[in-house]
Design a protein around this ligand. Structure first.
Ligand SMILES: NC(=O)c1ccc[n+]([C@@H]2O[C@H](COP(=O)([O-])OP(=O)(O)OC[C@H]3O[C@@H](n4cnc5c(N)ncnc54)[C@H](O)[C@@H]3O)[C@@H](O)[C@H]2O)c1
Length: 435
């Protein structure tokens, strides 16, 4: 099948490369000329394990190509995926400008029937709005094409996005009763359904809500354990034991019960915020979602304040990990972006290391020093703070670390070390929900 994927970011590029891998002919479209230029040469524009290989293979077989011109791509395709960003506005609502721009551009340039698929995370009702906009433009043009709008939200996780796309837990498809669109989408996903991956058909509105429900639920699990970590710190409990005691109940499950400095990234914070905005807009109270956001903000700031409280004047602080989670270079809503300005404002010097995100971090925080190893960052540091649980940090020699540091504070924002081991090396351990 011939398709276009508009927006070649973390979701669009992975989707385009995976659809090409599954045998479809895909044209990736992006307004960012520099990005498209690189992609055409087979240079991956994001860090995502396994992606570059698929990109190169897709280009070589001719199943994958890229353009900046959506109008040029349209005559060739029967399905257009929109995978543009939907970042939070100041009032927490999702910014849908890019989604509507793509829908309008399709309507202005299309010359045949096609299916418009929203892969971006969008508030319930956005599919209807896209459909109305498309119909309005077609009416203005005096043409009649059948352009059903489908919701097909994406559930991939950065860091294992290729695997998640090729082996999804489920594929959610929201269609409001269009037989042709249903058949096309089913055909498109046939390489996955053939090997047993389930497609869930539902109302478009349900599909739009499922995506927010998934992210809000996972974020709530994180905030729930983080909320209890504060109670542990006050009472002497150990949050790891609480998480084990909870998670081994198979009605609850152990995942997303790892206490830390809270969730970040391009999805959980923005999607939780978008639900809060939707609650205001619809008047439907969503108190658990609001509490999830509040706990997350408190958790991050509480930990950072503890660090600021122990630092001497003009301290050296080493930051280990800049991306919002391991195995990605994505810096959106990363804790490091909150902490670095706080440290600089307080007059401290920051030296940071991250295995893959330093390039992106430098664009956002150019005034700190970036170095090539965790030990180099820790040299003469009064405190080391772990913000991302990269595997490379788990295995460091704590005695060597003590040897290179000036001070002795190890702030473990991801609870990756055993407190006793850290103390055994002569360092002072500051974890989350553990004493
Ligand atoms: N990143 C994730 O892990 C993830 C997972 C699931 C769902 N999502 C959702 O998928 C959507 C995309 O997220 P992302 O992280 O890939 O965003 P991104 O910012 O990485 O990529 C968006 C791309 O769209 C391009 N773009 C913007 N306007 C355009 C236009 N008019 N025409 C063509 N290209 C345009 C940008 O240049 C950029 O390359 C969001 O709604 C997000 O919530 C993201």
């Amino acid at each position: 099948m011939h398709l276009a994927v508009v927006g070649t970011g973390y979701v669009g590029l992975v989707s385009a490369a995976c659809f090409a891998e599954l045998g479809h002919t895909v044209i990736g479209v992006d307004i960012d000329e520099a990005k498209v230029k690189k992609l055409k040469k087979g240079e991956c524009t994001i860090y995502e394990p396994g992606l570059e290989e698929l990109l190169k293979r897709g280009l070589k077989t001719g199943h994958l190509s890229f353009t900046t011109d959506l109008a040029e791509a349209l005559p060739l395709v029967t399905v257009v995926f929109s995978a543009v960003a939907t970042p939070p506005n100041k009032d927490f609502s999702a910014d849908l400008k890019a989604v509507f721009t793509v829908a309008e551009e399709v309507a202005r340039n299309v010359d045949h029937d096609l299916v418009f698929v929203n892969k971006s995370t969008v508030p319930v009702g956005t599919g209807s709005k896209c459909e109305e906009k498309i119909k309005e433009i077609l009416r203005e043009r005096g043409v009649e094409y059948h352009i059903p709008v489908i919701s097909n939200p994406e559930f991939l996780r950065e860091g294992c996005a290729v695997q998640d796309t090729l082996q999804p837990d489920r594929i959610v498809v929201g269609i409001n009763g269009d037989k042709w669109a249903t058949e096309l989408i089913d055909e498109l996903y046939q390489p996955l359904t053939r090997v047993g991956k389930p497609v869930l058909h539902m109302q478009r509105e349900s599909a739009e809500i499922v995506k927010y429900a998934s992210n809000a639920f996972l974020a709530t699990k994180i905030s729930f354990i983080n909320m209890l970590s504060e109670l542990c710190e006050e009472t002497g409990g150990n949050i790891r034991d609480i998480a084990n005691g909870l998670g081994l109940d198979d009605r609850i499950g152990p995942r997303f019960l790892h206490a830390g400095i809270g969730y970040g990234g391009s999805c959980f914070p923005k999607d939780v915020k978008a639900l809060i905005a939707l609650s205001k807009e619809t008047g439907i109270p969503l108190p658990i979602v609001k509490a999830t956001h509040e706990v997350n903000t408190r958790q991050r700031m509480r930990f950072f304040q503890k660090l600021l409280d122990v630092l001497p004047d003009k301290a050296n602080v080493a930051i280990w990990g800049l991306s919002f989670k391991p195995k990605t270079d994505d810096m959106r809503e990363a804790p490091s972006l909150d902490l670095i300005p706080m440290l600089k404002k307080a007059g401290h010097t920051v030296r940071a290391h991250d295995p893959v995100a330093m390039g992106n971090a430098k664009k956002m925080e150019p005034d700190i020093e970036y170095v090539n190893s965790p030990m180099e960052a820790a040299k003469e540091a009064d405190a080391v703070i772990v913000l991302t649980e990269w595997d490379a940090f788990r295995g460091v020699d704590l005695n060597e670390l003590k040897g290179v540091m000036r001070g002795k504070h190890l702030f473990d924002g991801r609870n990756i070390y055993e407190p006793e081991e850290v103390r055994g090396a002569g360092l002072q351990y500051h974890g989350i929900g553990v004493s």
